[in-house]
Design a protein around this ligand. Structure first.
Ligand code: ATP
Length: 303
């Protein structure tokens, strides 16, 4: 997997898209987007816009040839909801996120943000609205302050520190040899996996996107660290519409909507309690993971 910095859409197997530094932030008037005049502006230069509603309408998609990776995929997400996509390997979870970020376009159907087809949006508007917390966090050979500021290069030191507090990273940084001036990255202080994830989360707080995409953001962490990171991520998700792709179901139990995918479709959808009550695939996956047996990749619909 190529390692690319945050702010770059680096979903597994996807092409990377550079995210512009201007217009990415919608909170302080620094955005160069001009706000509101054209159809499909998602970033308002003067004030933060509310989180968007997202719809996938009858989406069919294949990367090549005849093989359909998504088939008649439908999903309606209300503003501010958190959505988890779970299901076996190759079921299409990451593909859904790639279509949302418009790394690819559907063959049939459409994806809308606040009712606007993503194809009608300017790239800068779309990229400016989306924040991605990646699986791998790339640290630059720079101070920890500048590493967090990377989320929005115009951010002040105060904004970076506020973001670091939100990501529950501030106290770890204060313990570093030169606090926020400590050099990190390959030639500097090596951060733990959990700290690196927190840098990614702090970067996204600084960036303040309306729409959040987390693709297995806790993949390489031990269970305790994973739970702590998840609590920071849920804080980050507050007030934003958010999508999580997760392997371990324990990390996504609190999501508003959990979608179980198989063969490019949603086969079950609901809250954790609803899906447990349903007693089908999700419950089997949950019981399997709780028992330490990973039935995840044997996620076969039972009806
Ligand atoms: P995982 O849990 O393993 O990450 P996933 O549910 O996220 O899987 P996707 O990455 O969306 O699945 O992939 C769905 C299908 O599309 C798979 O069969 C995969 O091989 C195929 N696929 C993914 N990316 C590409 C690509 N860039 N080109 C061609 N086929 C692809």
């Amino acid at each position: 997997k190529t390692m690319l910095p945050e702010g770059t859409l680096n979903l597994p197997g996807s092409i990377a898209v550079e995210v512009p530094t201007v217009g990415a932030y919608n909170g302080n008037g620094a955005s160069g987007n001009g706000a509101g005049h054209e159809t499909g502006v998602l970033v308002n230069g003067n004030k933060a816009l509310p989180p968007p509603a997202i719809e996938f309408n009858n989406v069919t998609f294949g990367y090549s040839g005849e093989r359909k990776v998504l088939q008649g995929f439908n999903l309606k997400v209300k503003p501010g909801q958190s959505v988890a996509l779970v299901g076996g390997s190759g079921s299409g979870k990451s593909t859904v996120l790639r279509l949302l970020a418009r790394l690819y376009d559907p063959t049939e159907g459409n994806v809308t943000i606040d009712g606007i087809d993503v194809r009608d949006l300017r790239h800068e508007s779309l990229r400016g609205a989306i924040g991605v917390v990646p699986q791998d966090t790339v640290l630059f050979n720079a101070s920890v302050m500048d590493n967090i500021r990377y989320g929005r290069p115009g951010a002040s030191d105060e904004e970076v520190i506020a973001a670091s507090k939100m990501a529950q990273l501030h106290h770890s940084i204060l313990r570093m040899p030169e606090a926020y001036d400590t050099m990190v990255g390959e030639r500097g202080l090596k951060l733990s996996g959990g700290e690196k994830q927190r840098v990614a989360i702090a970067r996204t707080f600084v960036r303040a996107p309306r729409l959040l995409i987390c693709d297995e953001a806790t993949s390489a962490l031990d269970t305790n660290t994973e739970q702590e990171i998840m609590s920071s991520l849920s804080r980050l998700a507050e007030g934003r519409t958010s999508f999580f792709v997760a392997h371990r179901l324990s990390t996504i139990v609190d999501c508003d909507v959990i979608c179980v995918m198989a063969d490019g479709r949603i086969i079950e959808q609901g809250s954790h309690e609803e899906l447990m009550g349903l007693g089908r695939t999700y419950r089997d996956m949950w019981m399997g993971q709780a028992a330490g047996k990973d039935l995840y990749d044997k996620c076969i619909p039972v009806y």
